[in-house]
Design a binder for this molecule. Sequence first.
Ligand code: FEO
Length: 384
Amino acid sequence: MQELPENIRFIGVDDPTLDLFENQYPVSEGVSYNAYLILDEKTLVLDTVDARAAGAYLENLHEALQGRSLDYLVVSHVEPDHTGALRLLLEAYPQTCLVGNAKTFKVLENFISMPPAAQLLTVKEGDTLPLGRYTLTFLMAPMIHWPEVMVSYEAATGTLFSADAFGRFGSRDAGADWDEEARRYYCSIVGKYGTQVQGLLKKAASLNIQRICPLHGPILTGDLTPYLDKYRCWSTYTPDTEGVAILCASLHGNTFAAAGRLAELLRDRGCPEVALVDLSRTDVSLALARTFQYGRLVLAASTCDGGVMPLMERLLGRMKAKNLQNRTVGLVENGSWAPWAAKVMRQALEEMKNMTIVEPCVTLHGPLSDGELPALEALAAALW
Ligand code: FEO
């Protein structure tokens, strides 16, 4: 299948040099700011790009328009990675009418002072905008990822312009494995808003979608079921991979060595996948993604300052903030004279929804001793 239908052009920009998305998520392969131009009886653009990419974007737009004027700019999402070139676009094409919903223009005012003569078209759920051969239908998608977000569906081609939904970190063609960076992106960006994502999936189920055009990452074509299935899992906090994730914060390496031993015990018991995550060397966004990926988790941490090592505290904070729920969790703590980490981890888990803590909780007092091994074996048996 063609990536984009006739007369719909990609005018977005890859940004391979960006190191931190939103100044917080490491993106070793950068990110893409996607934008699309529909050349019909009317011309319409869906979204601009981050200010970093404004020059390249405007060049792409200018070239693709081939001398035509621009009738509409749809603002699917106001976050600056999609409106950073909006003001420049309006300067270059001042007659362009901005299309958004009531919230769009309210939020937009906070970021951009609009030219007094700017034309605004306010749309609501189900409104349509005929362009000639193509017609856009607007569907509200609040909190995916901001309250004003809306997606657009073009029925003649089965194209869903999905805003942030179904996006992915990395440039548009970075690697073939969509799941890994799409999962980390999902958890980071919209993980908290599972209910709202389910609402969008419900709307999507009534459409004949042939391709998904997100604002980041590749355009999705062909069999869309795997992508929709992943979104169903993530939005319902259902694990998408069978196995166990061991998330470890280790001050001197002893807790990590014990975590490695636990991974071996689990594999010996037939666990198909064990993801061992060293929180000292793994960004918290990837650690969080592992907690969404697997249904059974082990939190293993050193005691520190009468509490838990801060790296684990940070992960627990992200798990709670992103509404992670319905997990089975084993605990391993380490502390030579006053082990306290498990108490703190247990308390944090009790503040989340439907987290089942399995026994035994394993307490180490430095390197794993022969006397402590049976408890680790019992934890492995309780988990798999
Ligand atoms: Fe890609 Fe929420 O902005």
